[in-house]
Design a binder for this molecule. Structure first.
Ligand SMILES: Cc1cc2nc3c(=O)[nH]c(=O)nc-3n(C[C@H](O)[C@H](O)[C@H](O)COP(=O)(O)OP(=O)(O)OC[C@H]3O[C@@H](n4cnc5c(N)ncnc54)[C@H](O)[C@@H]3O)c2cc1C
Length: 292
């Protein structure tokens, strides 16, 4: 197996153009498991760890651009106040060792319906920045990035450069159900983000359809239902209806981690609870648990 080690982003793109079959490796927390278990035997590995352009983030004109190689541990530490939903999700990923190595770029590259970064990226309207040597940069809204089980809109000659998103303008929450408390793949997961300036609610859920998805009807319902001007309380019946609409957006399967019925039920509960927490925070003038 060839091992390619570009030192710059331009070299990485050139290497991917020359070897479209080369498998990118960042933290390696998915790739090495697959190689060790003989799930894949790529013709070449494209190690991105020397590419400095992937490991930084910046904030320009109100948009955060976070390099694909920023590990979860740094995301929690450095961006937890600006991206509280994604930071909450990052805290649930694996163990400290996995959070030190694993990245949102790798989660996107794997495009598993159970990946924990996806629901908050969807709820926060993130855009995925991908690039190829031949065609340059493409910006793909998260909602259009996931195409099927472990399939994304990334072309064979493209690499993920970064994701872009606005810092939270309101409370955000992430909730995940696993078969134990840590080191666990989501049975299902849900993220909510309030966008008070636009009077809008964003959502994302995982492990309950072939791809991570938004629950659009639920978003529309809650956006219209919430008392953005008066900040009045969220009616219990409205919170329940929101949960039911999220449940209806799901298309889960029975598998070893849980049944489809359980997943639907759990999604409705997580959606009701997280919307209630987020709205209560908004009424209290706070941005959620990660806010400083
Ligand atoms: C013990 C353990 C526990 C885990 N727990 C969780 C968990 O709780 N939640 C969760 O979501 N995941 C979990 N994972 C899976 C994994 O840690 C995550 O998916 C992580 O985000 C992968 O990031 P990485 O940088 O290690 O990716 P890699 O393993 O380096 O790559 C993953 C995929 O992305 C591709 N890729 C990487 N970088 C790029 C790029 N720049 N451009 C294009 N493609 C790219 C690779 O080719 C590969 O297909 C766990 C894994 C292990 C081993």
């Amino acid at each position: 197996m060839e091992f390619l080690r570009p030192a710059t982003w331009a070299d990485a793109l050139a290497a991917k153009a020359e070897h479209p079959g080369a498998l990118p490796i960042q933290g390696g927390t998915d790739v090495m498991v697959e190689i060790n278990f003989d799930v894949r035997r790529p013709e070449a590995l494209l190690d991105l760890n020397r590419v400095g352009e992937l490991t930084g983030w910046d904030d320009h004109d109100g948009t955060l651009r976070v390099g694909a190689g920023v590990p979860y541990a740094r995301l929690i530490r450095e961006l937890g106040d600006r991206l509280p939903g994604l930071a909450q999700a990052s805290r649930t990923v694996g163990s400290p060792q996995i959070r030190n190595r694993g990245t949102v770029g790798g989660n996107l590259g794997a495009a598993s319906p159970a990946g924990d970064a996806h629901p908050p990226l969807l709820a926060g309207d993130a855009v995925i920045e991908v690039e190829s040597a031949a065609r340059g940069v493409r910006l793909i809204p998260a909602a259009e990035f996931y195409l099927g089980v472990k399939r994304s809109a990334l072309e064979p000659d493209e690499l993920i450069r970064a994701f872009r998103t606005r810092p939270a303008s309101g409370p955000q929450y992430f909730s995940k159900i696993g078969t134990r408390n840590a080191m666990v793949i989501a049975v299902c997961s849900f993220a909510v983000a309030l966008h008070p300036g636009e009077r809008r609610v964003g959502t994302g859920f995982g492990s309950a359809a072939v791809t991570p998805r938004r629950a659009r009807e639920a978003e529309e319902f809650a956006s219209a239902e919430l008392d953005w001007d008066g900040r009045g309380p969220l009616r219990e019946s409205a919170a329940r209806e929101f949960g039911e609409l999220v449940k209806r957006a799901a298309a889960p399967i029975d598998d070893v981690r849980g049944t489809a019925d359980y997943r639907r039920h759990a999604l409705a509960v997580m959606a009701r609870r997280t919307l209630t927490w987020a709205w209560d925070d908004h009424r209290a003038g706070t941005k959620g648990k990660e806010a400083s």
